[in-house]
Write a protein of this length. Structure first.
Ligand SMILES: C[S@@+](CC[C@H](N)C(=O)[O-])C[C@H]1O[C@@H](n2cnc3c(N)ncnc32)[C@H](O)[C@@H]1O
Length: 296
């Protein structure tokens, strides 16, 4: 981009970026040009559309140029911005955290009424989020349900630092307790709702992932072992000791993993209450109760 251009405007910058991204083979050049420009100018989409002639000054243009270079080198837009919107929260990302995905919002949509029903019965709801990353799932739930509190675990101390900072930014830290833990190892007590989006990619399929995933999301957030089910096995083995009798365990899964995950939890005394697919018809979320629950 020519930084000596004295008449740079939002419309010109976006058009140039769009062409450049298309030349680099980026799948959605227009969308990426808009998201990057908007975020770096601190403008939402409407504000950008309403003021195409707003000048872009040289400092702003330099920032956009640096981001464009990274994007053309294959770095995902939200990694460049170190920020991703999830269920209405602008979450900070770090190298140690997965970029939260829209698919995971389905899990939050399923968990919300379940947690709200617990609040309706008892006035409060305790949530355990296993493998919290940015804190996406449990911060979204805490933001919606003021009577809920959460313990959020991760094996990565760096991820927990990011999650803790996100909780502070949203004023949720008094109800958010980060705990470093290998699944349940460092967890005490019983919870009304246990949520998790664990790593579930088969190790042998990691190499075939899109470079934007494989090269930028942390491996510990992706690799689910040889059959992709290691984390589910670990969670199924110990969930019984941490779920309230009428509690619910809500898990995200890979696109073809429902049957295998249901079988694993069945072996450990859990009944599948519902299975949810995403708009593409892929397996996405499972809800389990204890087999001895009275509300099965
Ligand atoms: C797929 S990411 C999900 C992150 C976040 N919950 C989300 O949905 O965006 C899986 C998370 O599990 C964490 N993790 C991996 N192995 C773990 C283990 N043994 N115990 C606890 N957390 C683990 C990773 O560090 C990562 O943050």
């Amino acid at each position: 981009m020519d930084n000596t251009d004295s008449e740079l405007t939002i419309a010109i910058v976006i058009n140039r970026l769009k062409r450049r991204f298309a030349d680099c083979g980026i799948a959605d050049p227009k969308g990426d040009a808009r998201v990057l420009t908007g975020a770096l100018l601190d403008l939402d989409l409407t504000a950008m559309v309403l003021q195409p002639d707003r000048p872009v000054n040289p400092d702003e243009n330099d920032r956009i140029e640096m981001a464009a270079i990274r994007r053309c080198a294959g770095e995902p837009v939200h990694r460049i911005l170190a920020m991703r919107s999830f269920f209405g929260l602008d979450l900070h990302l770090s190298d140690a955290t997965l970029e939260p995905r829209p698919d995971t919002e389905i899990l939050v949509e399923i968990a919300l009424p379940i947690a709200q029903a617990v609040v309706g019965r008892s006035g409060r709801c305790s949530i355990l989020d296993l493998g919290t990353g940015t804190g996406a799932i449990c911060l979204a739930l805490l933001a919606q349900i003021s009577q809920a509190s959460a313990v959020a675990t991760d094996i990565s101390e760096a991820a927990l630092r990011t999650a803790r900072a996100n909780a502070e930014r949203f004023g949720l830290s008094d109800r958010f307790q980060p705990v470093r833990s290998n699944w349940f190892e460092g967890v005490d007590g019983l919870y009304d709702v246990i949520v998790s989006n664990p790593p579930y990619i088969r190790s042998g399929e990691i190499a075939d992932l899109e470079p934007e995933v494989r090269d930028f999301d942390p491996m510990v957030a992706l690799d689910g072992g040889a059959d992709g089910l290691d984390a589910y096995r670990a969670i199924a083995r110990e969930a019984d000791g941490h779920l309230e009798p009428e509690g619910r365990l809500i898990l995200e899964t890979g696109f073809d993993q429902h049957a295998a995950v249901i079988a694993l939890f069945d072996d450990c005394g859990f009944i599948c209450q519902s299975r949810v697919q995403d708009l593409g018809g892929n397996d996405r979320v499972l809800v389990f109760s204890r087999a001895d629950s009275e509300t099965v």
